[in-house]
Structure formats: C-alpha cells, structure tokens
Design a protein around this ligand. Sequence first.
Ligand code: ADP
Ligand code: PHD
Length: 432
Amino acid sequence: MTQVFKFGGASIQDAAAIRRVGELLARFRARPLIVVVSAMGKTTNALETLLAAARAGETEEYRDRLETLRQEHLTTVEALFGDRAGPVTERVEALITELDQLHRRHASRERPFHYDQTVCYGELLSTTIISAWLDEAGMATEWLDARDLVVTDDCHQAANVDWQATVERVRGLATDDDKIRVTQGFIGGTTEGVSTTLGREGSDFSAAILAHCLDAEEVTIWKDVPGLFNADPRRFDNAVQLERISYDEAIELAWHGAKVIHPKTLGPLQQKSIPLTVRSFEDLEAPPSTIGRDTRFDTQTPSLVLLEEQTLLEIRSRDFAFMDEPRQHDILGRLVEAGLHASLIDAGAMRLSLCLDDGHPDRLEPLVSSLCADYAVVRHEDLTLLTVRHADDALLAALSAGRDSLAERRNADTAQRLFPSTQCQGTWHIPL
Ligand SMILES: Nc1ncnc2c1ncn2[C@@H]1O[C@H](COP(=O)(O)OP(=O)(O)O)[C@@H](O)[C@H]1O
Ligand SMILES: N[C@@H](CC(=O)OP(=O)(O)O)C(=O)O
C-alpha cells in the first residue's frame, strides 16, 4: 500500500536540508511512495511580496525581488549539483521566466486569481529541484504536477477540492514501479487547467487528499519538532509530546490554531482510517506522534494553543434591544460575507463578542465599518487568545494569574480566554 510523505518549507530550506531529505528517503523510503513538497523556506512569503510589487507597479522592486528569488534557487541548485547543474538550472530559469511573463498577462485580473498564478511557482521550483536531486542520488523519481491531480473549484486562495474528479485523476497514477512520485503541496487546478491554491500552509492537506484518494497506508509529515506536543514547544518550556491522540482531538487542536498541522488535513484521513504520523526530520531516532482512531489518551494531558494578533469586537444594538437571534444572524452573516472566521464567539443578552484574526485588514476593516454603521462597536486590539483542552479550574486559574481576561468561553472540554498580548510575551510555563 502507498505511503505519503510530506516535507514542509523548513525541511527543504537550502541545499544542506535537501541533501538531508535525500538521506532520509534513502533510509526510510517506502514502496510505493508519494512525496509531497512545499516551497523552500519562506518562498511563499517572498512570492506574496513579489505579487504586491507587481500589482503596485513598483517595477524596480519587482525586478529586485524576482532576481533574489532566482538567485536563491540557483544557489541551491549550484550547491547541490556543482558542474552537473546545467539541466536543472535550465528548468529553474524556465520557471522564473514563466513567472515573470505571467505578471504581464494577469496584472489587470483580480488579486486572488493573480495570487494563485504567482505563488504556485514556489512549489513548482522546489519540486523541480528536489526531484532532480533524488534522481542524482540514485532514487528514480517521477515529477507530477499537482495542478493536474488535485482538482478544485475556482475559489482562488482557498480552493475547494472536487473529490470525485480528484479521485479519478489520482487513481490513474501508476504506483507499481520503484519510482518515488514527487509532487507539490498547497496547489491544485481547475478542470480548465487554471492554477489554484488550498490556503496558506495547505501542503499537509495536499498529502491527506492524495492519501485519501489512494487509500494509502499512512501519511508521515516530517517537521522540525519530534511530533505533536500538548503546546507549541517554542512557546511553552515544559510542553510534552503527545505520542498518540485521536483524529477528533487533533482536529480540535488544529482548528483552534495549533500551527503544526493544517486543520483540513485530518478529515480526509479519518474517513479512511489512515494514520497520520508527525515525525522529526532533524532527529530520526526520536519517537514520533501518531494520530489515529485511538481515543484512549486524549484527555490524559491538557493541551494549550496560543493565537496571537487577535482583535475583539464587542457589538451592541444602538437601541438597547436584546442581542437576539435576528441580530446575531445579521452580524454573523456579515462575518461570513467578509470571509472571516471568529476564533471565539461569546453571546450575552445585550452583546455579541467576536474575536477575529488581525492578519487580514483588507477583510476586517470593511466588516468593522459595516458593523459600526448599524451597531455600537467597541474594539480591543493586540490580544492573544489562549485555548485549553481538558483543563480543570486550578489550571485555568494558574494560567490566568496576572492576566486580564477580556472575553471567555467554556464548554465541556475546551476553555478559551482572551488576554492583552502585552501580558502574554515570552516563554510560558504550564503550571502542573
Ligand atoms: N502543538 C504543537 N506541537 C508541535 N509543534 C507545534 C505545536 N504548535 C505549534 N507548533 C509549531 O509548529 C512548527 C512546525 O510546523 P510548521 O512550521 O508549519 O511546519 P512545516 O512548514 O514544515 O509544515 C514547529 O516548529 C512548532 O513551533
Ligand atoms: N508553501 C505554502 C504551503 C505550505 O504548506 O507550506 P509549509 O508546509 O512550509 O507550511 C505556504 O507557505 O503557505
């Protein structure tokens, strides 16, 4: 049965990292194997900035950024292939030329469309280099264009998968020889062949889509941490690894913002009972985390998620009317129309509070203006949302000590509190 491996940006950020991926594959490769790869390092961010310069008509800045992108990829090619770099250099140069030409073609199109035509080059470049490197290292590969495999609608930047069409395309893949199939995460294509993207950090989801369609045996995502922890180990000094948790528990953590797995990843795997292993590409001996059907360990350890850059809107009617269902319906309808997601919703008799991500001012500001036109709105900015799963009162009290909670929500297994970010800086310690 097929295995799917996914490598994110950090695992392939430069030539040394790509070499390490080659070594890792030589040691752990399964047969058949599909390898899903993100863009190198922070390339997607760089492409977003390139797009901004192109759309603003800042020609000089655009040229500089394109040249930096080109140089970074060519430097990696040079470091990997040395005097045998010729053919890969040519392919990289061809992709950069294509990227440059498309800006002229699409400059007047709407931004989400233009965005997808641009940022997909990050993954096209990385997979071109990696596939060639694995060939060089003696592992025969087949480079697959994910835009021909993952069929989506044309909802650019957050495309929805057409599962039936995708299953048909993916099932047609040959997997019965010794080749490693290398393809791009994050990107797909419409039936008309237009490039789309699945949402930032969506490569984990791509791996799950392919695994689902192929009834794969397992998905392994190789990360810069040994596995899934009960809190981000970079923010919590005593975070502990969760060696086994259920799909439902992992979905909750990802949905509440645990950055380690894209939230859409688990659903397609759960449906086919395909386990997801989170494993370190830095420490190959470290025991991984496995997400599967087993729910026995879910409640043993409280898990914590911190979401930064949050804004709270406290919304009241101007005529002292209750915040009843018709008003809630109106406000949440505007939220949906703005394409925003509330990380916390707290309703009272006279007030509806929404906690929203600050990262999309282009969507947030029009929503706030529209609400201010009809409601009394109080806005609090620069907040951090703490979500705790399976917390008891003592733990919540200890985590909240010395912090002012601006909004709260709690149900049987999840508690959320919103604090000023100034009170949440630095490393946290989970009180035991
Ligand atoms: N609960 C968690 N467990 C493990 N890592 C976490 C958790 N929450 C956040 N992270 C962060 O996720 C990072 C890995 O995810 P990410 O950077 O998205 O990987 P990639 O880009 O390679 O897919 C880690 O460096 C870690 O800081
Ligand atoms: N390159 C895309 C997709 C992705 O999933 O990347 P990563 O696996 O490095 O988070 C992004 O940066 O959004």
